[in-house]
Structure formats: C-alpha cells, structure tokens
Ligand binder design. Structure first.
Ligand code: SF4
Ligand code: SF4
Length: 462
C-alpha cells in the first residue's frame, strides 16, 4: 500500500492541493455510523413475487417485451431501452409473468412494473455464466464493450442510475484522459461499495480495465476515503497487477462522493458551472458499477442484482445483502432482524441524500444502495426560526453557493435572480440544511427553485 500511495504523492508533488487529497470548498463531517462495515455480503433468496419497474434509470422507460402468462428465465430481457438515454431491464428471477400493472415504487407514485410469480430454482437465460469463476482476459474491441454494457442494462449504481454505455460514448471533439472510480461512499451508514471493494476486488478491477478500454484511457484512479483503510490496503496491494490503475486515499469529508468534489479532490480539476466531468477530461464511475460491468462483459450477466446495506441504530443485524432487483424492501428488513420498535422513518439511501419511503412493499431497484431505519427522534427537524445571518450554510456549501439567499429567492419566486445566483449548481447534498442552527428548510425551497428555473431554461432553449 505504502509504495502505491508514495507513487501518487510523487506524481502530484507539484500540486499542494492534491497532497491533501480532498476538495477544499465547504463540506461537513456528519457522524459516520458505518455499523455494517464488518458484515460480509450475504445472498438474500428471492421472495415469492418480484416487482420489476421498467424505469429504474435516468431517461426514457424501457418498452415491455413480455405479456401476462409468459414464462421467463433469470436474466431474460423483459423490457428494451429504445431511446438514446434508457436501459434494458431483465428478469431477476425465473417464473411466470403474473401481470403488468401500476404499483408504487420507492417514490410512492405508481409506476409500470412487470410482476413475476417466482419459481424456487433459477433457470438462467442462454449464454449467462452465473458461476464465480473469474475471467481475466479483457476484450480489446471498444465497440463490443460498449454494446455489451448496453445490452446488459448496466447503469450507475452510485444513485444517479445514468446508463453506463452512454457515458462511454464520447462525443467528437472531446477527449478523456482519466477514469475516476468512486469508492468514497461518503454518505453515513452505507457500506455496500466498501464490501464490494473488499470482497469482489479482482472482478471490480477487471471491470475498471474494461471501462478503460471502452474509454480508450490509460489511467484510472480509485478514490477511497480513509475511513476504509482495509479497502485502501487491499486494493493498493492488488493494483500492482493492474497497470494504469491507482488508489487515492482521501480525507473523510461529505459530500466527497459527488462527482465535482471527487474530481477536485483527486485530480485538482474544477468542473465549471453547467459543464460535465468530460469537459475536464474525465469520466466518473462507481465501484459497484465496475463490478456490474465485469459481470456484463465477462459473464454475459445482466444487471439483475446488487449489494444493498440494511442498517440503522436500532437494527438488530446491520448487513450487506446481495439482492435481486424487484425484491420488496420488507424482505430485506426482515432479514436484518425486523423493524425495531423505536423505528421512525425508513429511508432508501443514506441520511443526507436518501428519500423517506412510505411503503416497505416498494421493490429494490438498480439505484438502491441502502435501506436505513432511523429511530424516532433521530433526525428531528429543528423548529424553524428566523435566519440569523450566521452564514454557516454558505461556509459549508461545496458548490460555493449562498443557500439562505437561494431559498429566499425560491420562496419569493424570484426566478431570474435565483438563476443568476446559480441555483442550478446545487447538488442537493443537504450540507446547508445539516448546518443551519435555525432549522431553515433550505433544501426544500431550493429544490422547488431548481425545478422551476430548470423548466424556464429548457423552455428558453426550445
Ligand atoms: S444542498 Fe445545495 S445549496 Fe445546500 S450545501 Fe448542498 S449544494 Fe449547497
Ligand atoms: S445557516 Fe441558517 S441561520 Fe445561518 S445564514 Fe444560513 S439560513 Fe440563515
């Protein structure tokens, strides 16, 4: 490990910012509460029914190819992503299509799902290798890699669920030099990526190699916060066998897992307002996504399962589960010892950016990184008081915004002013909300403002 870290330090010795290995502007240090960090990934058996949404990704929902009564195999294509930004959806189980219906997803809104009566034994679709045998030789054909990732429905597993094959299609005139792998997992409580980096390191590194081939880059850097020393040591030892891949240990600071903050921390490059990582020569992908890429390309295995952390202060058995897509969240909670008596709310994701669930029957999707059960009173919204102009929200904002001002502009519907003050740059990290002593609902207002200003900008362009 030491040699790898020293190598990076040497490479970056002319850049003082890089030596700190973190982003500079704003950020906070919430309690980490990584209770499930030591829990090895367990496989959760599918339930009696699977609820498979046809939209689990950013972009256009996939077009359904099956009908009620159809028999489906595990990994069979259920719905095809036909638009440029869309993704294929595959059956996570073997069974019979019970119905295609509207059913509440994690947002609480009804969405189109394929509901399957599950049979106990998996019959895998033709060509899929579900074994643990590691296939090390990486294909050389860039377009075949991109096509296979598309075919297997791989999307970003860090939460954004952007289709991975689209990320690899670099527009003419743009150039990528570095692939950045996000192993930060800066949200408190969550440990799914941590376990992947420890337990599936070789496959993940092969997945990174495949992504490097797909992007035609010679360098990849895995950013990992120092609260995961075992993952840093493990991967730093292994990358000796993977030329071009480095490990960058990072200071612990939220929201370092956000793309722009990670790029600043690792590469010391600033992505300008309204621009993409691509504009500063890099593409960012998540550690879990690299594993999904490995399975897609080397094993012909579609994205039908993922690692989900189930955790919380009152949870009997905090765990990391390999779960089939479409499994009701209740089944995960049952496995972790059931809902604690003092349970307050259940959140999909982490406490900072996760969304409260209103039904535990909603299914796991490709973007479900964790299920967090918060105790009653664990996150009491402070009583809202007047803004005391302390500027703490501004100090912690990693995007250099003035959250108190943006919230006020949104409240007063001052859309031009909010646009001018860069409301669209807000990454909704919640740091301002976390820090505000007056309990101002800053992010609630800012989200409304972003939605309105975004609509105005889109209308202006059309
Ligand atoms: S939620 Fe938005 S405004 Fe608040 S700190 Fe994060 S980026 Fe800044
Ligand atoms: S942190 Fe809260 S009280 Fe302080 S300036 Fe911001 S909104 Fe006002």
């Amino acid at each position: 490990m030491t040699s790898n870290i020293n190598k990076r330090k040497h490479q970056n010795e002319e850049d003082k910012t890089l030596k700190t290995f973190t982003f500079k502007l704003g950020g906070i240090h919430p309690e980490e509460n990584k209770f499930s960090a030591g829990a090895a990934i367990e496989r959760l058996a599918p339930g009696k029914e699977a609820y498979v949404p046809v939209s689990q990704h950013l972009g256009v929902p996939a077009k359904i190819l099956v009908s009620k009564g159809d028999q489906v195999k595990t990994g069979q294509l259920l719905a095809q992503g036909e638009a440029f930004i869309s993704a294929n959806i595959h059956s996570p189980v073997t069974g019979k299509v019970k119905k295609i219906d509207q059913y509440p997803d994690q947002s609480g809104y009804k969405k189109t799902m394929v509901i399957i009566d599950v049979e106990e034994v998996d019959v895998w679709d033709d060509g899929i290798d579900p074994t643990d045998t590691v296939i090390r030789e990486v294909p050389a054909d860039k377009s075949m890699i991109i096509e296979k990732i598309k075919e297997m429905g791989v999307v970003g597993l860090g939460g954004a669920t952007f289709p991975t094959h689209v990320k690899l299609m670099i527009p003419d005139g743009k150039r990528v030099e570095t692939l950045l792998i996000n192993g930060v997992e800066c949200e408190p409580y969550l440990t799914a990526d941590h376990r992947v980096m420890l337990e599936r390191a070789e496959e993940m590194l092969i997945g990174i190699k495949i992504l490097m081939k797909g992007l035609d880059v010679q360098r990849a850097v895995i950013g990992i916060e120092k609260n995961k020393p075992d993952a840093i040591a493990h991967l730093a030892g292994m990358v000796e066998r993977f030329p071009g891949i480095e490990v960058a240990p990072l200071k612990v600071k939220y929201p370092q897992g956000a793309e722009k903050q990670l790029i600043k921390a690792v590469l010391n490059r600033e992505v300008p307002s309204g621009k993409l990582p691509l504009d500063v020569g890099c593409v960012v992908s998540n550690a879990g996504t690299a594993l999904a890429v490995y399975e897609a390309v080397q094993k012909n295995k579609p994205l039908i399962e993922r690692v989900v952390t189930v955790t919380g202060k009152g949870v009997k058995k905090p765990c990391n589960l390999m779960v089939r897509i479409g499994t009701p969240i209740q089944a995960l909670i049952d496995h972790a010892g059931g809902l604690p008596e003092e349970a307050g709310k259940v959140v999909s994701g982490g406490p900072m950016m996760g969304k409260a669930l209103n039904s535990l029957e909603a299914p796991v999707t490709k973007g479900t990184s964790g299920i967090l059960i918060m105790q009653q009173g664990e996150t009491p919204r402070k009583e809202v008081a007047n803004c005391i102009r302390c500027a703490r929200c501004t100090v912690v904002c990693p995007m250099g915004l003035e959250p108190y001002l943006l919230a006020q502009q949104a409240k007063l519907e001052m859309w031009d002013e909010a646009e001018g003050d860069m409301i669209m740059d807000c990454i909704e990290c919640g740091s301002c909300l976390f820090e505000c002593p007056s309990g101002r609902p800053l992010l609630d207002y800012i989200r409304v403002g972003k939605s309105k200003v975004g609509h105005i900008i889109r209308t202006r362009k059309n």
